[in-house]
Write a protein that binds this ligand. Structure first.
Ligand SMILES: [Zn+2]
Length: 155
């Protein structure tokens, strides 16, 4: 597995909300809107207290119905996002585990390299030095402090 394959973004062609989720949210909002319009119609143009109270009750019910649809929309979306976060974390764990970093299959297990300006020395296949201009450290004296071993590849 190459580094490019490891860091490639997973694709999610499926939407966050299912058709059922969209239907529940859409119907709740539509029903809330309808109840609100009915309440408006019932309460407007009249001075009768009972009709006005009925309209207000319809308006409050409309807000509750619409809010429950919105809440359903948000909670199902959050749930889907969390599921994807767990999936991505799992994929990252699998891909990191598959990386050839620090593998015992190094071509030259004895060789260590360093990047100019860095105190750390690495295995030649360490991801922190791949593609960088490195110097092979030949003597064990070059590995003494202030040089330190890379914490990632542990040469
Ligand atoms: Zn390293």
């Amino acid at each position: 597995m190459t580094v490019a394959e490891v860091v490639a973004e997973p694709r999610h062609p499926t939407p966050l909300w299912s058709k059922n989720d969209r239907a529940v949210a859409g119907l709740s909002l539509a029903l809330g809107g309808g109840l609100w319009a009915w309440g408006w119609w019932a309460a407007s143009g009249t001075a009768d207290v009972e009709e006005t109270i009925f309209g207000v009750v319809l308006g409050v019910a409309a807000i509750g119905v619409a809010a429950s649809g919105g809440l359903s929309w948000i909670t199902t979306g959050r749930s889907a996002v969390r599921a994807r976060q767990r999936e991505v974390a799992s994929v990252i764990d699998q891909r990191v585990a598959a990386l050839p970093v620090c593998s015992a299959a190094s071509n030259d297990a004895e060789a260590v390299v360093a990047v100019a300006g860095s105190p750390r020395f690495h295995r030649p296949d360490c991801l922190l030095v791949v593609g960088k201009d490195v110097t092979t450290l030949l003597s064990s004296a070059e590995l003494l402090p202030p040089r330190i071993a890379c914490e990632m590849c542990r040469p």
